[in-house]
Design a protein around this ligand. Structure first.
Ligand SMILES: Cc1ncc(COP(=O)(O)O)c(C=O)c1O
Length: 315
């Protein structure tokens, strides 16, 4: 593992390390934070969007369908903390000899992930399950060769041998983690396990105390390997806007974190996207999505208020 100055840079470095460059294609899910597709475009490649299912994860079948001779990497995202299908995606990609980079910005703590990819990118921005005071991230790999390349791309392409400031690559970023972020993280790591347990406990309480509303809202099903970065819910009945307004009046903020799917934006990449009809199933899932508040400083009393508001709305 080595530290970078952001999760976005960690993704760019990982992509460069497996040789992704101009004109190449990288398969990404269509529901991630913009950093995922932006990192692909920053190295000159084209993001190819894959469908998701109700676990909000990229579908392995879509990786099979979308891979071409131009596919230079597959980039699944452990969105909201769920890492479902990463091993299946890894199996498909390995068979086709395509490297897998996992965007684990929201999934720090699932140790088995590193066994299902070539490189893994982390973010430690302040909103993450473990966050520094500012921007920071990391790249992980088990391959000494990829680690060497990633290190070079993270700092001006320098060879990094005993001789200083000699380039081994055409270019590289200036993306080493700064000292202040490293210092804060070295303290915050000690609290990570407890904070992770608290998130699991809050997620379990949502499952338990909202079980009677299962005909109104579908709660996440992948409960075993999940960091609960966010708590996504699918509304089975009614309108999100009226639920949001009802909750807001009672002091509860419900939200949709990434409200626009990648192919639906108003910028040239999205508006130029052909064959939009292939994303119908993902769009239907996305149109029912919202997030319940969950963070490791939340008290049970605060969570009970949210649960109470949901019961009041649906009664
Ligand atoms: C899924 C995902 N990928 C990448 C990133 C980028 O991380 P950073 O903000 O550290 O650049 C984030 C962070 O917001 C993220 O949520």
């Amino acid at each position: 593992m080595f530290a970078t100055s952001s999760g976005t840079d960690a993704l760019k470095i990982a992509l460069k390390s497996v040789g992704v460059g101009p004109g190449d294609e990288v398969i990404v899910p269509l529901n991630s934070f913009a950093a995922t597709e932006n990192a692909v475009m920053a190295v000159g490649a084209v993001p190819v969007f894959a469908n998701i299912d109700s676990s909000f994860n990229m579908l392995p079948d879509d990786v099979e369908r979308l891979k071409t001779t131009r596919t230079k990497a597959v980039l699944p995202v452990c969105l909201y903390g769920s890492c479902m299908y990463i091993d299946a995606i890894h199996r498909i990609a390995r068979k086709a000899d395509i490297p897998v980079i996992v965007d684990a910005a929201q999934c720090f703590g699932i140790r088995s992930l590193i066994g299902h990819c070539d490189l893994l990118a982390l973010s430690f921005n302040p909103f993450k399950n473990i966050g520094s005071f500012g921007k920071s991230g990391a790249v992980l790999t088990r391959s000494p060769e990829l680690a060497r390349l990633a290190r070079q791309y993270s700092y001006h392409g320098f060879a990094g041998s005993v001789k200083k400031n000699i380039k081994a690559q055409d270019w590289g970023l200036n993306s080493r983690m700064d000292n202040l972020q490293a210092a804060t993280l070295s303290v915050k790591f000690h609290h990570f396990e407890n904070n992770a347990r608290k998130r699991c406990l809050l997620a379990a309480r949502y499952h338990l105390l909202l079980a009677d509303l299962s005909h109104k809202m579908t709660l996440p099903s992948d409960i075993l390997q999940n960091t609960w970065h966010l708590f996504p819910v699918l509304l089975c009945q009614g309108e999100r806007d009226s639920l949001f307004a009802f909750a807001r009046e009672r002091g509860v903020e419900l939200d949709i974190y990434y409200p626009v799917l990648s192919h639906c934006g108003e910028h040239p990449l999205a508006t130029g996207y052909s064959r939009r009809e292939q994303f119908g199933a993902s769009e239907r899932i996305h149109s029912a999505l919202f997030h319940l508040p969950l963070h490791n400083h939340m008290s049970f009393q605060e969570q009970n208020i949210i649960i109470g508001v949901l019961h009041d709305y649906f009664k």
